[in-house]
Design a protein around this ligand. Structure first.
Ligand code: KG4
Ligand code: ZN
Length: 375
C-alpha cells in the first residue's frame, strides 16, 4: 500500500508501526463475514496491472443449525460464529499458502446484520489488525454485494445495481466507490424474505429460496393468478407482502380441502416466481429508463445478493437487459449468497483508495448504503 516514494498515501493510517519498507505493488486483504448465518473468511489479492485473484474462500454455512427453527436464530448464529471463526481464518491462510505477514489489511462486515454475529467478526478483525499491525477496514455488507462483480467481472463504474437478498431489495445507481444513490427499495418484505416465507407456508425446507426455485421447475406458472404489486408506479419501489398474502390464501384453501399435493406446490411456486419476475422486470426497466443516459456507452445492470443465484430470475433479467439495451453482469452463484470474498474485495477497494477505519468503529445493525434514509 506504499506509494512509489515508499510513503503511505494521504488518508491511509496504518495501525502500529510501519511494517514494510519495500515498494509494494500488490495488495492482499483478508475479509471476514459474520452478519447472518454464514461464517466466512476469504483472501483477495490484486497486483498492479493484473486482474484480482481470489486466493482463499472459506464459507461455513449454519443451515443445519437453523433448519429445525425454519429461520435464522440470532443467538445460535452468534455462538456458532464464535466457535468457528478462528478455525476458518487459519484455513483461509493455509489454503492461500500465506501467513498474517503477507496481508496488507484485514476487513470485516461492520453491519448491517444480526448484531451478535457482526460483533464477533468485527472484534476478530480488529484483534488481527492490532496484533499484526495491519490496517483495518469495516465494510458495509451491502457494499460487499454491490462490488462483487468488480472482483469477478471487473465491472467498471458506473452501473445500475439490483440488490436482492434475504434482508434487502433495492435499486441503486452505483456511481463510484462509496457513491451510491438509491432509486427505490421495498416498502415491506425483501424478495429473499418473500421466497423464504412462501416456501415455509408450503412446508419446504429452510432456506426457502433455492427449495422453491427447484420445485417451480415442474410447475405451471399460469395456474394461479397472483398480484404484481406496484407494477404501474412511476417510482422504483417494490412490495412483496401482498403477493405473499395471496399465496397464503391459495395454500390454506387447498390445505383445508386436504388437496395440497406436490403438483399444487410446484404450480404455486412457479406462479409465485413468475409474479416476482414480472415485478423485477417492471421495476428494473423503470430504473433503467431513469439512469441509462448517465451510465455511459455500454450501460450495465449488476444483480447481486442471494436471490441473484436464482436461474429463472437471471433468465428474465437477461431479457429485461436485451429489451432496454443493457448488459447483465451477475456474480457466480457461489458469490451471490453471503461470503468473505465480497468483504475482502470491498476492503481491498477501500484500502487502494486510501480509506481505513478507526479501531473504535462500532458494529451497526442498520446501515443504509446511500446514507440518505434509514429505511
Ligand atoms: O445475500 P444472502 O446470502 O443473505 C442476506 O444478506 O440476506 O441472501 C439470502 C437470501 C435468502 O432469502 C435465500 O432464500 C435467498 O437469498 N436465495 C434465493 C436463492 N438462493 C438464495 N432465492 C431465490 N432463489 C435462489 N436460488
Ligand atoms: Zn447478504
Amino acid at each position: 500500500m506504499l506509494d512509489q516514494q515508499g510513503e503511505w498515501p494521504h488518508g491511509v493510517h496504518p495501525i502500529g508501526t510501519e511494517r514494510k519498507t519495500e515498494i509494494v505493488t500488490s495488495l492482499t486483504v483478508m475479509g471476514i463475514e459474520t452478519s447472518c448465518d454464514e461464517t466466512a473468511v476469504a483472501i483477495v489479492r490484486q497486483i498492479d496491472g493484473a486482474g484480482p485473484e481470489l486466493l482463499a474462500n472459506e464459507v461455513l454455512s449454519q443451515i443445519e443449525d437453523h433448519a429445525p427453527y425454519g429461520g435464522v436464530v440470532p443467538e445460535i448464529a452468534a455462538r456458532s460464529h464464535l466457535v468457528h471463526l478462528d478455525g476458518l481464518v487459519k484455513r483461509a491462510l493455509k489454503s492461500a499458502d500465506l501467513t498474517f505477514n503477507d496481508l496488507d489489511g484485514v476487513a470485516a462486515t461492520a453491519g448491517p446484520g444480526l448484531i451478535g454475529g457482526v460483533i464477533v467478526g468485527l472484534m476478530t478483525a480488529k484483534a488481527i489488525a492490532l496484533v499484526h499491525r495491519l490496517p483495518f477496514i469495516g465494510v458495509n455488507h451491502l457494499e460487499g454485494h454491490a462490488l462483487t462483480t468488480r472482483l469477478t467481472n471487473e465491472t467498471p463504474f458506473p452501473y445500475l445495481l439490483l440488490l436482492v437478498s434475504g434482508g434487502h431489495c433495492q435499486l441503486l445507481h452505483v456511481k463510484d466507490l462509496g457513491d451510491y444513490v438509491r432509486l427505490g427499495s421495498t416498502i415491506d418484505d425483501a424478495v429473499g424474505e418473500a421466497y423464504d416465507k412462501t416456501a415455509k407456508m408450503m412446508g419446504l425446507p429452510y432456506p426457502g429460496g433455492p427449495a422453491l426455485e427447484m420445485i417451480a421447475r415442474d410447475g405451471d406458472p399460469t395456474r394461479f393468478d397472483l398480484p404484481r404489486p406496484l407494477l404501474n408506479r412511476k417510482d422504483c419501489d417494490f412490495s412483496f407482502s401482498g403477493l405473499k398474502t395471496a399465496v397464503r390464501k391459495h395454500v390454506l384453501a387447498l390445505a383445508e380441502r386436504d388437496e395440497l399435493g406436490d403438483q399444487d406446490r410446484a404450480d404455486i411456486a412457479a406462479s409465485f416466481q413468475a409474479a416476482v419476475a414480472d415485478v423485477l422486470d417492471n421495476r428494473v426497466s423503470r430504473a433503467m429508463a431513469k439512469t441509462k443516459d448517465q451510465l455511459g456507452e455500454k450501460p450495465r445492470l449488476v444483480v447481486a445478493g442471494g436471490v441473484a443465484a436464482n436461474q429463472a430470475l437471471r433468465a428474465r433479467l437477461t431479457e429485461t437487459c436485451e429489451t432496454n439495451g443493457f448488459t447483465l453482469e451477475v456474480p457466480p452463484v457461489s458469490l451471490c449468497t453471503d461470503n468473505g470474498a465480497m468483504i475482502a474485495w470491498a476492503g481491498l477497494e477501500h484500502l487502494a483508495a486510501g480509506h481505513t477505519s478507526p479501531m473504535d468503529l462500532e458494529p451497526r445493525a442498520r446501515w443504509p448504503l446511500d446514507k440518505s434514509t434509514t429505511r
